[in-house]
Design a protein around this ligand. Sequence first.
Ligand code: SRM
Ligand code: SF4
Length: 577
Amino acid sequence: MPPEPNTWSKVEEIKRQSQFLRGQIAEELAQPTAHFEETTANLLKQHGIYQQDDRDRRGRQSCPEGQPAERTWMMMVRVKIAGGRLTGDQWLALSELAHRFGNQTLRITNRQDVQFHGIAKQHLPFLMQALHQGRLTTLGACGDVVRNVLACPAPLADGGLRDQLYAQAQKLTAHFLPRTKAYPEIWSGAEPSADLSADQRPGVDQEEEPLYGANYLPRKFKMALALPEDNCVDIYTNDLGFLAFVEAGQIRGYEVLVGGGLGMTPADKTTFAALAQPLAFIRPEELIPLAEAVVKLFRDHGNRSNRRRARLKYLLADWGMERFRQELERYYGQPLPPPQNVSVTGLDHHLGWHQQSDGRWFYGLYIENGRVADRENIRLKSALEEICRQFGPGIRLTPMMSLLITDLAPEDRPRVEAILRSHGVRLSEEVLPVRQYSGACVALPTCGLAITESERALPAILDSLEGVLASLGLERLPLCVRMTGCPNGCGRPYNAEVGLVGRAKDKYAFYLGGSPLGNRLAFLYEPMLPRQEILPVLGRLLEAFTSLRLDGEGFGDFCARIGPEALRRLTSNGQNT
Ligand code: SRM
Ligand code: SF4
């Protein structure tokens, strides 16, 4: 049984008191302050908005003696884009809004969303209304609900399989969208809900959120759909995954995977990163009922006292798979057919030119860490704007933080390339595999939880790593290096071939041995490696790899085969690794 409400965490109290996410948001928005109070800032997350401050400026502002240091307040706004599909006009609108209200950049996330950074509090209403006019929403992008549902965005000629996954992602999105009327009331000027009388107590009227209820879920909940031959969504890192079983060109069913999640708190040994495990095999028409049963089970039994242990993976670990299945069957109303050993066999980043099923073309453009910006000689943001204006393409966002420019005629191809080149943007074909496969989370200067650098540090590390790989004849090695600025694992480092997890300023826990397919966790090789040691250590490991790898073996598989102890011996050479 879930604990009694009096043991619930502060966030649960905030949600419960908020009258379906209203709280004091409207009142505080109207005040001429630069930031929201803590309770309201907490509630705003449920609206897709994070209050942040510019961490580069912390401590630099002068303030009267004895006063707490002022912060440069700003908001991060995450736009939820189910399956990552946008029109060219929507991309243009996002790009222009980033210019008007944000820090002039857009950040494609690894869950196919788009983030604005650096939004001033007084600009929030304008931004949110403009998003609404562009048929975009931030509802369900953050908060204790079902987050953006991932599906491969590539319009490949695959007999419509990916379109079927996208259709399921849309259905899941619609099914689990929060219903609260607070969102349109606050952000698009809808009339306040008539049934919200002053004496109405939160939790009394469940009709406003029939599925979630007044307290919503205990924590975020993530879902993804994939084809076995293309795990570009990193399906095993999700709370709930649907891996398609394809026979004679048709999706006959889905292997259901549960309990993935990467966040952990090293000081709390009861927390851990986990990959999703096979639970059942279902027919396509059972997907929504099954997803609803899992979400309801989590709603009712997830940990509401300790947010660090409030993910589905902990419920699964505490109960064990057998009890989890039995409890779930009660919600589902029937026995669950056993899983059928469907597993991933490949992964594609969809970069470069590809022909679509309708004969037109798409171009997968590599974007370093998803950051779309104009910087000195590389004017990526302007290039994409010009492409959208000239060709009116579709824009699709990948879970690897890159972008597909779709629906192009054959004769558009050289013109698109010419625009990219004239803006100084490198074509994907010119980017080495190690960079294509790698990525970093946002971290400093916006992320309030960052301990050290990530997005700003990885490019230079990869520059040097490319040199090391070239010197060993490994420049075409598809090596996946993922970096994060703290142990929360946003950049998915724990199942990468090389994972770098920020633990202190310029120091990283160093993980090895994840699978390139995303279906094996990495092991901790070195708990606290200074940033300047990363390249030397990695260089020695790669040398050992070149001499001892099996035919066609990848670096992650090699490290997993050799194991941490033998790797340490192999690379020690009297040096302290
Ligand atoms: Fe994340 C919190 C950025 C994907 C696990 N994540 C945050 C916040 C909102 C920091 C905060 O709470 O104050 C970061 C905002 C930084 C900024 O300035 O923009 C943040 N997470 C991101 C993004 C933008 C990283 C990126 O480089 O793309 C990703 C946005 C995805 C999206 O569009 O929804 C992002 N975060 C992930 C993933 C990967 C995934 O979902 O596939 C994970 C690991 C998977 C998982 O959920 O376990 C992830 N983020 C976390 C956690 C740890 C949660 C946990 O269970 O312990 C936190 C901390 C928290 O929620 O309290 C977090
Ligand atoms: Fe911030 Fe940590 Fe997530 Fe990186 S991993 S974005 S530093 S919360």
